[in-house]
Design a protein around this ligand. Sequence first.
Ligand code: C5P
Length: 216
Amino acid sequence: MTEPLLIAIDGPAGAGKGTLARRLADYYHLPHLDTGLTYRAVAHMLISRGWPLGDVPHAVEAARLVDLTRLDRTVLSAHAIGEAASRVAVIPEVRKILVEKQRAFAAQPSGAVLDGRDIGTVVCPDAPVKLYVTASAEVRARRRLAEIEANDGAGDFATILADIQRRDDRDMGRPDSPLKPAAGAHLLDTSEMDIEAAFQAARTIVEDVLAKRNKA
Ligand code: C5P
């Protein structure tokens, strides 16, 4: 049996890590988990039941109820849920429960692709491939705006940029599992890259790891 291939991808909101993770998962025929959706599911449950986002016992209950097979991207992708998710993501008890579920997903025999904020640092620190995908806040805000407009929505660049910067500060500044490049992570700055270029750069990194593995 071939050795599992585990790819850990981290980075700030809007850097393109989700699209990259999906491309890599397709290419290497691996299951993919967008771990951001797990934090979004907790936030969504709290909001829809009228519970405050800082309510730890209810947030813990919501985290226990998260079912990885039933994460609905269409419902969870709303901008406001992303903001709310970053507020529940500071609660260590919530993180502990979700990290366990994410590790169980990562332990599949084939391996997997997981993307988030703490995959290479906390969830899968032994992953053979770790990528830290980033881009300048301005580029990320421009991409978000283009995405909203492509879906017939309207947005304001300055507001989106401020939202992104606030989310970066919260994700990078929290004491439990702050967003940062993992030891041994390959940095991929996509500010000047389109998705195809980012995919090719990532693929080269993965192929390199696989080639070294085959030689060992
Ligand atoms: O990636 P996405 O924007 O969907 O993530 C929403 C929020 O969930 C992030 O801003 C972050 O606070 C939190 N998150 C996290 N750890 C992860 C994935 C997401 O703290 N592994």
